[in-house]
Unconditional design. Structure first.
Length: 263
């Protein structure tokens, strides 16, 4: 199924529904939720998924698991998505909080195949077997640290969201303290309580994940490092590898191999 709303098929008696959707550049999908659990796969481009407690940056060929009835909004940059909408009873192991995941070559192929299937696929058919295999493969996904936790404190969250839009690795905690009229000790306590990270850890994580959209756009590492305020490209690359376990080049958009899309 292509470019239809899940509400049009949500009541079908099938555990797995697959929908492919193409979005205009820099599109914002405003706050909403789904009755079914969702596997949101980035076939092309980069997306940022935001919930009440965090922000997930999902580059090409990765996905995010969105639990049933979780309010979220999605910012799209050159995105074409392939979504699996799954009956919650079929995935009792699904995480209670959004989770970014790597997607194997096999699962990627199954997702693309599922989008081409008729929504009311016959039971015991090949398409039903594809849906069943998808459910098996989803259990073996590798989590990825592509999230930035966000605090519930309204004023601090506002500063965090502004930072996510324009991050700077050398943004001093003193600036945040002045804006909130608090001490650095109080700021440290608020960050630890609200995000589980120290201020410097959160700032580093936010900068690295922000860079994913620039990598997907093909910007040189030298330019990305400078935009984020790193002293040199090596410092940026070291921070990137520390968080994601791979160099920045591993997160550039893949060449058109036929695995990202089938249109």
């Amino acid at each position: 199924m292509r470019n239809i709303r899940v509400a049009e098929v949500d009541d079908l008696d099938r555990a797995v529904l697959a929908i492919g959707t193409d979005y205009p550049q820099d599109h914002l999908l405003v706050w909403h939720e789904h009755r079914r659990a969702q596997v949101l796969y980035a076939a092309t481009g980069v997306m940022r998924v935001e919930t009440a407690d965090g922000s997930w940056t999902i580059p090409t060929a990765r996905a995010v698991l969105i639990p049933s009835m979780t309010g979220h909004q999605v910012t799209m940059t050159g995105i074409s998505t392939r979504s699996l909408y799954i009956e919650p009873a079929a995935v009792p192991w699904f995480p209670a909080r959004c989770q970014a995941v790597d997607v194997s070559v096999l699962l990627r192929a199954l997702i693309l195949e599922a989008v081409e299937m008729e929504p009311r696929y016959p039971e015991h058919s090949r398409d039903a077997a594809v849906a069943a295999l998808i459910l098996h493969e989803l259990k073996n996904l590798t989590p990825l640290p592509l999230d930035v936790p966000l605090p519930s404190d309204r004023r601090l969250r506002g500063l965090c969201e502004a930072f996510l839009r324009k991050p700077d690795i050398h943004d001093p905690p003193a600036r945040w303290c002045a804006a909130l009229n608090i001490s650095e000790r109080t700021l440290a306590r608020l960050f630890q309580r609200g995000t589980g990270l120290s201020f410097s850890q959160w700032r580093q994580r936010a900068c690295v994940l922000h860079s994913l959209q620039h990598l997907a756009a093909g910007l040189p590492v030298t330019r990305i490092a400078a935009q984020l305020g790193y002293d040199n490209p090596a410092a940026y690359t070291a921070a990137f590898k520390k968080l994601l376990g791979q160099p920045p080049t591993a997160y550039r958009s893949p060449d058109a191999t036929g695995l990202g899309d089938r249109s």
